[in-house]
Structures are given as C-alpha cells and as structure tokens.
Design a protein around this ligand. Structure first.
Ligand code: 6GU
Length: 232
C-alpha cells in the first residue's frame, strides 16, 4: 500500500510512522507513507494556503488552488482508491472501515486546518470524509495519524502472532479481556488461577467470558451488535 498525506504540518505527523509496528511495516515494504507539504503548492508569493472566509465570519479557509494543484500532481503519478478528507463532519471511523481500507493499493489523505477547506475541493476531489470522533481537534494531522495507524496494522503481514489483530478489541465487536504478566502475586493481588493452569481450553473460555462481561458492562451498544452477529 502507498499513502500520501497532504498537510501544512508534516513534522506533526512524521514521528508517528518512525516507531514500532508502523516503522516495521515500512521496513518490510508492506506500506510506504509520503508526507506532502501543502505549502510547496502555494500559488501566492507569500506561500499562503489559507484566506478569509467569503461572507465574513471568524477563521480562515484553506484555498482551492494549492490543494487542487497538489492533488492533481499526485494523481498524475498514481491511481488512488480513495481521496480522503479528515474532518469532524465526516463518517466516524470504526474497525470495519479500517478493515475495508486495509486492502487498498493507494490512498490520499488530506488534513484540514483552520476553519476548513473551500467546499469546492470536497465536491471536485474528495471521495471519502472521515472523522475520528465527536470532538474537535486543531487540525486533521492527529486524525490522519490515527486513521493510518488503524489501517496499516491490518495490512496482511504487518502484524505477527504476538501482535495479532485477531485478539484486538473491536475485531469481533467485543472488548478485549484483561491481561496479566509476571509476577503472579503483587502484594497479595493475584493473577487469576485459570491463567496459570496451563489449560488452553479453560483459558480460552475464561477470556471469552471476560470479554463478554466487560463489553456488557462498558459498551452495551457493542454488545447488541455482537449478539446481532453483524460481524458474521
Ligand atoms: Cl478528522 N479533524 C478535526 N480537526 N477534528 C476532528 C476530526 C478530524 N475527527 C474528530 N475531530
């Protein structure tokens, strides 16, 4: 997979891809991530990429020309499965969407800033609009990083047995069960006996029960989905 991320703040995103699983995914050649500085496509002599809002009101709006020039430049080199705009009024990201995107070849991700982007960009270029939740961030950069992380870790070969996505929360519409490591006794606080029993069947059963009771308690909305078997 190849991902181009268009941003006015590449530095804000860069380090997210330089560690751990995302770093290894790139080293293994399973994904390449290219940060594209929008200012390189500015058309004014002061390299502005934003301007005042027509009709008045507070806040600046990202201009159409730099973004259009940038998108067209990228499109001349690759065919994109989706051109995604990160925006709080987009569709809220979930695990199912991450799964779907993980089989794409080329993705373009545009980070919004200021008050938003000129509406014509959305009409002319954007194929998907994604939010990461009902709260407002200062820009789309953190959201783009979250989105890319959720997608890249699902590309086949990125995770190994130890980091397998199959046991992640949400992968089967359930939260994960509790986990423990050594010591088995911390000042009287014991690891559940079943986990020390070596009895694989019992352990599997315990984990499923824990996942279900935790999901019931914390996320009754997910529980309803699990029982409905939407994932099957
Ligand atoms: Cl994608 N962008 C911004 N600026 N804020 C957000 C968001 C995106 N998703 C949730 N809040």
């Amino acid at each position: 997979m190849h991902i181009d991320i268009i941003t006015v703040l590449p530095e804000l995103i860069q380090s997210n891809f330089e560690h751990s699983i995302l770093k290894r995914a790139q080293q293994k050649g399973l994904v390449s991530v290219n940060l594209v500085g929008l200012r390189n496509y500015a058309v004014s002599k002061h390299k502005n990429v934003d301007d005042y809002c027509y009709g008045g009101g507070a806040g600046m709006v990202m201009m159409i020309e730099p973004i259009a020039n940038c998108i067209n430049d990228l499109r001349s080199k690759r065919k994109y499965d989706e051109i995604i705009y990160m925006t709080p009024d987009g569709e809220t990201l979930n695990q199912k969407m991450a799964n779907t995107f993980s089989s794409a070849q080329n993705l373009m991700v545009l980070c919004g800033h200021y008050k938003g982007i000129d509406e014509r960009i959305r009409e002319l270029f954007i194929t998907k609009e994604i939010s990461i939740g009902d709260y407002v961030l200062s820009g789309g950069e953190l959201a783009a990083s979250v989105f890319c992380d959720s997608v890249i870790r699902l590309i086949p070969g990125v995770l190994n047995d130890e980091t397998s996505a199959l046991t992640d929360s949400f992968q089967d519409d359930l939260l994960s069960p509790p986990v423990y490591t050594r010591p088995a006794n911390y000042m009287g606080h014991q690891v559940p006996d079943v986990l020390l029993s070596g009895h694989a069947g019992e352990i599997e059963k315990w984990r499923m029960e824990q996942a279900i009771s935790r999901t019931k308690q914390r996320r009754p909305d997910l529980m309803a989905k699990f029982q409905g078997g939407e994932n099957n």
